[in-house]
Design a protein around this ligand. Structure first.
Ligand SMILES: [Zn+2]
Length: 247
C-alpha cells in the first residue's frame, strides 16, 4: 500500500466526501457519517449532528479504536457501526455510511439486492445483503452488520441506510454510488415490468473474469461464507425478497 495521506489531507477528504454524499442526495443535511482508520488503529470520524454541507476539516473528531474521542468534539452517534466494521475487517481503512433513497426504499418494500442483474456489479461488488432492522445506536443494529460485513463491502441496513467499506475513502464512496445506482436501475426495470436475473452460468463466467481483471475485493458471490443468510442463496432462482433462501 502507498504511504498514508497526512492527517490534514484526511480531514479535508472526509469533509469532501460527506459533502459529496449530501450533494448527490444520498443523505439529508445531518444524516450519514464518514470515517478513516489511521496507521495506529485510531479513527477520524465526522462529528455528531453536523450539517454535512457546513462540515469543516477541523470539526472532524479523533477517537481511539473503540470510538471514544481522544480530544474535543462528539463523534457520530453511529460510530459503533464503524467500530464493528473495522474490527471485522482488518483490510479496510475507510467507511462511508449514508441513506441512499432508492436502496433504502427497497428495504422498506421488503426487497433485497441479492439478485444478479448487472454484470459490472456482479464482477465488482457482488450482491448487497440487507441487515434486518435494529434500533439505531444499539447493538441490535451493530450485530447483524458485524456478521454481514465479513462477506460484503456494502451492506443495506433495513429502514435506514447503507454502509460501505473500502481501502480508502474514495473506494468506500465509490461502492455507495454503485449501490444506489444499481438500486435505481433495478427500480426502473421493475416499473417497466420486471428485472430479469442472470443465469448461474452467466454469473460463474463473470466471476471467472475477476482474477484476470485483478479484482480482489470482497464479493458475496465468491465468498459465500456459510452464514445462514448466504449459504442458501441460489443465483438465477428468480426469487426475491426474504424467505427466498428457504426454498
Ligand atoms: Zn444512518
Amino acid at each position: 500500500m502507498s504511504a498514508s495521506p497526512d492527517l490534514v489531507t484526511l480531514r479535508r477528504q472526509i469533509a469532501e466526501i460527506a459533502r459529496l454524499c449530501w450533494e448527490r442526495g444520498y443523505i439529508g443535511a445531518v444524516d450519514g457519517n464518514v470515517s478513516v482508520r489511521l496507521d495506529d488503529g485510531s479513527l477520524l470520524v465526522t462529528p455528531s449532528g453536523t450539517i454535512k454541507f457546513l462540515l469543516e476539516p477541523d470539526m472532524i473528531v479523533h477517537t481511539d479504536a473503540r470510538g471514544v474521542p481522544s480530544g474535543g468534539g462528539r463523534a457520530s452517534s453511529e460510530i459503533r457501526m464503524h467500530v464493528v466494521c473495522y474490527e471485522e475487517r482488518p483490510d479496510i481503512r475507510a467507511i462511508v455510511h449514508a441513506h441512499p433513497p432508492t436502496a433504502v426504499a427497497f428495504s422498506l418494500a421488503g426487497l433485497d439486492m441479492m439478485q444478479a442483474l448487472i454484470p459490472e456489479l456482479v464482477v465488482t461488488l457482488g450482491a448487497v445483503p440487507t441487515a434486518p432492522y435494529g434500533t439505531p445506536g444499539t447493538d441490535e443494529l451493530a450485530r447483524p452488520v458485524r456478521e454481514l460485513i465479513r462477506c460484503a463491502d456494502a451492506v443495506i441496513m433495513e429502514r435506514h441506510g447503507a454502509i460501505c467499506v473500502g481501502l480508502d475513502l474514495l473506494d468506500a464512496y465509490k461502492k455507495l454510488e454503485q449501490v444506489e445506482h444499481n438500486a435505481r436501475i433495478t427500480f426502473m426495470a421493475r416499473l417497466l415490468g420486471q428485472a430479469r436475473e442472470m443465469s448461474p452460468d452467466e454469473v460463474k463466467r463473470l466471476l471467472a473474469t475477476r482474477q484476470d481483471l485483478g479484482i480482489a475485493t470482497t464479493n458475496v458471490y465468491c465468498t459465500h461464507c456459510g452464514m445462514p443468510g448466504f449459504a442458501g442463496v441460489r443465483l438465477g432462482t428468480g426469487g426475491e425478497g426474504r424467505g427466498r433462501e428457504e426454498k
